[in-house]
Design a protein around this ligand. Sequence first.
Ligand code: ADP
Ligand code: MG
Ligand code: MG
Length: 897
Amino acid sequence: AKYVYTWGAGKADGDGSMKPLLGGKGANLAEMTRIGLPVPPGFTITTDVCTYFYAHKRSYPTELQSQMEAGIRNMEKIMGCKFGDAKGMPLLVAVRSGARDSMPGMMDTILNLGLNDQTVIALVNATKNERFAWDCYRRFIQMYGDVVMGVQKRAGEEHEPFEVVIEEVKHEHHEENVDDAHLTVEDYKELVSRFKKLVKERTGKSFPNDPWDQLRGAAGAVFGSWMNDRAIVYRRKYNIPSEWGTAVNVQAMVYGNTGENSGSGVAFTRNPANGANEFYGEFLINAQGEDVVAGVRTPEPVANLKKEMPKSYAELLKVRATLEKHFKDVQDVEFTIQDGKLFMLQTRNGKRTAAAALKFSMDMHKEKLIDWETAILRNPADQLEQLLAPIFDLAEMKKAKELAKGLPAGPGAASGKIYLNADRAAAAADKGERVLLVRNETSPEDLRGMIAAEGILTAKGGVSSHAALVARQMGKVCICGASAVLIDYDKKTVTISGEVFNEGDYLSIDGTSGTVYGGQLKTSPSEIITGMVNGDKAAQKTEKFKSFQQLMKWCSQATRLAVRTNADNPEQTEEAVAFGATGIGLTRTEHMFFEGDRIDAVREMILAETEEGRRAALKKILPYQKEDFIGIFKALKGFPATIRLLDPPLHEFVPHEPAAQADLAKKLGISAEKVAARVHALHEFNPMLGHRGCRLGIAYPEITETQARAIFEAAAEVQKKGIKVKPEVMIPLVGFKKELDLQVAIVHQVAAEVQKEKKVKLNYQVGTMIEVPRGALTADEIAQTAEFFSFGTNDLTQTGLGISRDDMGNFLNAYTENEIFKKNPFASLDQTGVGQLVKIAVEKGRSTRPDIKLGICGEHGGDPDSVKFFHKVGLNYVSCSPRRVPVARLAAAQAAI
Ligand code: ADP
Ligand code: MG
Ligand code: MG
């Protein structure tokens, strides 16, 4: 089998489409080579080898060695030098990981591999640059020692062991604290020898001398790192399956550290924070690439290259244009300039904030780089909510004190209590505090704290720092490199322009402008919400609003699946309609029971001992429910409304505390014992499988009768005002056709009565929820009666998996960690399991009633992956909470493209 794919000198075995096999980095290195960009030659060891590695006790297929040798020979031919050559210029290589999806900072890279005590002399002789050669050597030992041999900070140690050695040498050889640029050749030689000693001390092993041993060790470490903790945490967060594996790239080194005419940098072809069409990035003169992101030296903005290396800058701009034209998307590139010559080391689609994604998609469509369908696809549905996130209240912001400025790395507004360490931040967030993580810079170790925080503020680091990368990806509010922020980790204080903040004090950060404010600032809704829902004219003039409108318009053009909303009152309904919902997919009638003192009447009904008593109480409830439905029907302006009849078990409505029970007894004029006895009688061991759903209406038909009457009287009234009304009465928790028949008969009878009384003709339907497996499996029978199905995927998941949503907390972590759940099945539909129940019900339902209307109203209606599934199985609509409507519209459109 072919395990090694080479590239170089304009030719490549692979190409950009082969990411599953070659990983993202390898596939794009091949692609860049093919389109004529200056890429140092190399080869990719495929992800198949990673799979093999883990399936065979961390060993390799036998063919690998010879294929790697051929790969090295190819590089040697192109570069004109030999791997391990102790006489002429030696070929040195970089060993680079590369998963299918980029996992920034998660896997480790080793540079300058191939150096030993002999080849370093050869490198000195060939380049006549002794300082450079020894710098490369000490870097190599440091990286290899850390990543491959595991020489790392031990518990209780404050600094990285290699850094400690560097500090020692600096102190011994120099007057004061100098930076790395002042280290001499002698210093570097000293470092090399002490580093080797350190490796031996710590590991008991000598540093490997043979370049081939080095190479095999490095490749093994990259494969091994696929299963390190950082990588696992990251994969879990982004739902990357561990089966994918990583590839290993071995590439000829080019050197950014040969002198003042060299350097390394990273850049985005456009601004990934706000979307502006500007070349955006940073670089370091006389440095290898790791230095740029490591935060040891502060990089310069890439625009400075224009002055410092005008020729290379012009070349870089040309590459920028070529890349965007070829990939038709914003690219995130890594480059090195060696003695004035530019080399491209990586390109990938740039991670971006939702705001940037929106602007990129609109701009690139205008530039005719992409068509409108592609523009839709360029907006990640699961990020869209970022655009709806609050901004700081304008009035508050004017009053607030501006304390510092930094790089706006993640747009949005965040206020919270500051914490200077990831563990404490995460612990505070667990307790329900809103938290800002404040650090000099972040590293992958801080990931848990970053996930927990509302926002991230760093004092150091630039646009390619770890904090900026992660914020961009997670959609966190983030400011980087706010140098006026002085952090004292020991005292746990932050000092900004003389003002001291302790851990637990409030700061506010505006990641759109990069401004840090003291105290807690109020937020106000995003322009998109005020523009759409409140019709705010100023908001509607913003570019963000207009772009969003355009995107939604395109979504309507593309989509087949309609998007409805789950709404229980007129306000929610109006908001959802403003966001483009075309109806209500679920109104939970009981939600209104808790408004005002309505609950008293509900409780009276529950406690009544006779049908008469119940009817008397229901009479009090009827006008309330009618009012609610009138409000909702009006807000819908002619769109249909699916209204679910009473669903939860009755005990949810009665008080359980003795004091409250006594109160209620007094109100109803009965004894407290009676109330307590009834509450006791309502107790169920398994309420979710108990007396609820249609089982209530079957035991107490008068409840169904009353609710149906409220619906139809409201409909009649609104219709008389000239507004179209389309009620869809929905019977919950049906598993037997007979259950539905009994309830539907009542609904039809009430409908007939109301139509006669009010002298109107109502356009209504009666249908059911499919939310227990028996309902799904007998959907053909049920469809004889039901005019529509709505999949209640929350209950269908509970009953399908036999897992109680409310009791899952105890084992959810274990299930996620063991990857039994790839995703929480209550957030994202279990497509292979519960999804089959949906599929079966769709097929069976349509077999009896071809025009049956099919929708879904569980939480899953707002989850992009689930929406795509519902599109595929042919539902007519999804329904979700009002704020998720744009997300669902985007996901539905993307599913149709
Ligand atoms: P990551 O995935 O963490 O970005 P990379 O494999 O891209 O890791 O390597 C990190 C950095 O190492 C790159 O940004 C680049 O500056 C440097 N580097 C990688 N390959 C080479 C090479 N062939 N020559 C010189 N520098 C390299
Ligand atoms: Mg990289
Ligand atoms: Mg349900």
